[in-house]
Design a protein around this ligand. Structure first.
Ligand SMILES: *Cc1c(COP(=O)(O)O)cnc(C)c1O
Length: 392
């Protein structure tokens, strides 16, 4: 089968909407357009029914109760609501949050904002494999600590954090536990009970749902978590997030969750096999390639590699028919090495030679073979131009 170009291999950034999800959403734009808060007619009831079905589907994917799901515009909003909402609700009891250095900006920038307001934040460093040491998290707890926020899996290197261990430590200390689980939800089993999670952020567009819709899980018992709303208005979502519900988006999130739950086991095995095929090809045919982050505790769809003596920006330019991400981030004027890779102890040079491969539901073996061939060819050519590589 010939491959269709360009090939999308950046599924940590976003995923396409699954056509089955799109079909489920369609009736809720034109025909069933009602406001889920309209109590006096069938248009409202139809919309509300769809929202409550989706709430169950989302809850079912993470082992929660439907009443514990608060719909938001995505994970950035869910992270903001979790951190700011907890600090404001419990601020008379303490003033301290613990997080770690490779969190998504949605958590890190929220923490910076809270620090500017006078709250205290500890950023626990990660080990060389990208995981936090749960004992270092325990050691950071003080009698002022209100919340621990540790991501489930990282969006650049796919490393899965020791969630259960941290959840246990939080519980023993009587501290609330939040997890940004965006990259894990729908890809690996996530269970808020087993993992001891009190608050969890997720977003539809990372698991084949639409953009602009997500949710915050908020535990209702053992303990019942209090949150101060960050959006005031009509008192939607049990007062935690006002604003007319995005009904088609919510239907899409629910459908994506139901599909993920049903197909997770077979899909993750298939995607992991594609990832391993790509990894084996690249590592066997190229020298001086290193894997970034833990290989044992890793999402099935992630491969993060450093190609020594190759600038990833040049590599991605050479691979113009494949969508990939580099280990660099463009800020206003300069290209900065990824703070995630730096946190693992990589040099600037190694971070600038890193590429993230994010495999997804719709990638095929033919695409993987095509990409492997293109990467091997392009790395070879770029290294021919590198005096350092030639002089080894
Ligand atoms: C994409 C992503 C987010 C942001 O989600 P949005 O819904 O796009 O705001 C947060 N955390 C992680 C780990 C992500 O990968």
């Amino acid at each position: 089968m010939p491959v269709h170009l360009p090939i999308y291999l950046d599924n940590h950034a976003t995923t396409p909407v699954d056509p089955r999800v799109f079909e489920a959403m369609k009736p809720y734009f034109v025909e069933k357009f009602g406001n889920a808060a309209s109590r006096n007619h069938s248009f409202g009831w139809t919309a509300e029914e769809a929202v409550e079905r989706a709430r169950k589907q989302v809850a079912g994917l993470i082992g929660a109760d439907a009443k514990e799901i608060v719909f938001t515009s995505g994970a950035t909003e869910a992270n903001n609501l979790a951190l700011k909402g907890v600090i404001e609700a419990y601020g008379t009891r303490g003033n301290h949050i613990i997080t770690q250095t490779t969190e998504h900006k949605g958590v890190l920038d929220t923490c910076r904002h809270l620090e500017k307001q006078g709250w205290r934040v500890t950023y626990v460093p990660v080990e060389r494999d990208g995981r936090v040491d749960p004992e270092k998290v325990r050691a950071a707890i003080t009698d002022q600590t209100l919340l621990i926020s540790i991501m489930y899996a990282n969006n650049e290197i796919g490393v899965i954090q020791p969630l259960r261990e941290v959840g246990q430590i939080a519980k023993e200390a009587g501290v609330l536990f939040h997890s940004d689980a965006v990259q894990a939800v729908g890809k690996i089993p996530v269970d808020v009970e087993a993992d001891g999670i009190d608050l969890l952020s997720l977003t539809a567009h990372k698991f084949y749902g639409p953009k602009g819709i997500g949710a915050l899980y908020v535990r209702r018992r053992n303990p019942r978590v209090q949150l101060t709303a960050q959006m005031d208005g009509g008192g939607h979502e049990r007062g935690m997030r006002s604003g007319t519900l995005n009904v088609p988006g919510i239907v899409g999130l629910g459908a994506a969750a139901a599909l993920a739950k049903e197909e997770m086991a077979s899909e993750s095995a298939r995607v992991a096999a594609l990832r391993d095929r790509l990894k084996d090809r690249l590592l066997s045919q190229l020298d001086e390639v290193t894997i970034n982050g833990s290989t044992g505790h890793r999402l099935p769809n992630n491969l993060s590699l450093s190609f020594a003596h190759v600038e990833s920006e040049s590599l991605l330019m050479a691979l113009n028919d494949v969508a990939l991400s580099s280990g660099s981030a463009c800020t206003s004027a300069t290209i900065e090495p990824s703070y995630v890779l730096k946190a693992l102890g990589l040099s600037d040079e190694a971070a600038h030679s890193s590429v993230r491969f994010g495999i997804g539901r719709f990638n095929t073996e033919e695409e993987i073979d095509y990409i492997a061939g293109r990467v091997i060819e392009a790395v070879g050519k770029l290294r021919e131009l590198s005096p350092v590589y030639e002089a080894r």
